[in-house]
Design a protein. Structure first.
Ligand SMILES: Cc1cc2nc3c(=O)[nH]c(=O)nc-3n(C[C@H](O)[C@H](O)[C@H](O)COP(=O)(O)O)c2cc1C
Length: 326
């Protein structure tokens, strides 16, 4: 069947599925694997790390996916990516869709809009997505509590987030947070989303650039592991939250942002310097994955993973006899 939504129309991909951003692993090669499977891949700007290397990555990704039916863009994580304006200039010159995330995009919005970029903004609260829409975002991504990445103390579960987004947002929107298989994908579309984003689920694929130990750790996740559940869906202690907010103008901004991230992930050592782990170690220790790991039980290629979701979703649609009302 044809998976046509406002997001596939906007991005030019076959399936309404977008790759999550990954601070160190969001390479052009992995974005190309996702695009070649018919989805929208993302190069995370902090992965190539400099504007010149980002330009090179964009060119290589574009060549690699030609004629594949997929598409790709660039993620700029505000507060993590240094000098984001310089990376945005590259996107404008290369005419590549942009996804901003992590923090408020207000200061960058005029540059993005004047540059004529196709712009999506990702946020953890629907009210921030509404704000991005008012700033001129062409589409938004909302991440519910079940997801990982930069979390929010006021985040709501993915189902509620998706339904609220449907009610409050006019531009196309993408749902994320704990999605990693066909029913979650179809469910989000049924709730009104124009597409889904998957972060954790894509990490357990053959092409994802971390070692097999990290991928095996995701396969072995016990979704009932209390520590993981607490980190991902537990609520933030209001006193700790107040304490980190009170530090906002007292420590360098980047340090404050990483403290806030650790508080939101319920890291009891959030005041100590962050451990010097590689991202693969972080994954192996399950410090960053979401509960989408509950659905991971093998490490397929990206294409097999996506074909599996689409095939199962189509079979499900066919099996629902109540869909045929006449
Ligand atoms: C290892 C890892 C690194 C991530 N790094 C970033 C990042 O640098 N910028 C960003 O916007 N989101 C980042 N995210 C969040 C994802 O892009 C996505 O929003 C999230 O994974 C969606 O939830 P899910 O994992 O349940 O699918 C990261 C997620 C993971 C698992």
């Amino acid at each position: 069947m044809e998976w046509k939504t406002r997001i596939t129309d906007m991005l030019g991909c076959r399936y309404p599925i977008i790759e999550g951003a990954y601070a160190k692993q969001g390479s052009w090669k992995f974005a190309a694997s996702v695009a070649k499977a018919g989805c929208h891949g993302l190069i995370t700007a902090t992965t190539p790390g400099t504007p010149a290397k980002l330009r090179e990555s964009i060119k290589r990704c574009r060549e690699a996916i030609e004629g594949s039916g997929g598409s790709f863009g660039v993620n700029i994580s505000i507060g993590i990516c240094p000098e984001p304006e310089k990376f945005i200039e590259v996107c404008i010159e290369e005419k590549v869709p942009l996804e901003t995330a992590v923090y408020r995009p207000d200061a960058l919005a005029p540059l993005i809009k004047e540059g004529g970029l196709l712009w999506m903004h990702k946020s953890a609260r629907v009210k921030d997505a509404v704000h991005a829409e008012h700033l001129g975002a062409d589409a938004v991504i909302v991440v519910g509590l079940e997801g990982t990445g930069f979390k929010q103390a006021e985040q709501m579960p993915t189902m509620l987030t998706t339904l609220m987004a449907k009610k409050m947002i006019q531009v196309p929107f993408v749902s994320a947070g704990g999605i990693g298989e066909a029913r979650g994908f179809l469910g989000a579309l049924a709730m009104g989303a124009d597409g889904v984003m998957m972060g954790t689920a894509f990490m357990a694929t053959k092409e994802f650039p971390v070692n097999s130990r990290a991928k095996e750790a995701i396969v072995k996740v016990d979704p009932f592991d209390l520590e993981l559940r607490h980190r991902v869906i537990g609520t933030v202690d209001p006193k700790v939250y107040e304490e980190v907010l009170s530090l906002r103008d007292k420590v360098p901004w980047e340090l404050w942002l990483s403290m806030l991230e650790r508080v939101n992930l319920k890291d009891p050592d959030w005041k100590s310097p962050p451990p010097k782990w590689s991202e693969a170690e972080m994954i192996a220790k399950l410090r960053v994955v979401s509960l989408a790991a509950a659905f991971v039980d093998s490490v397929p290629t990206v294409k097999d993973f996506i074909d599996g979701i689409i095939g199962e979703a189509e079979a499900l649609i066919d099996s629902y006899r109540f869909l045929k009302t006449r």
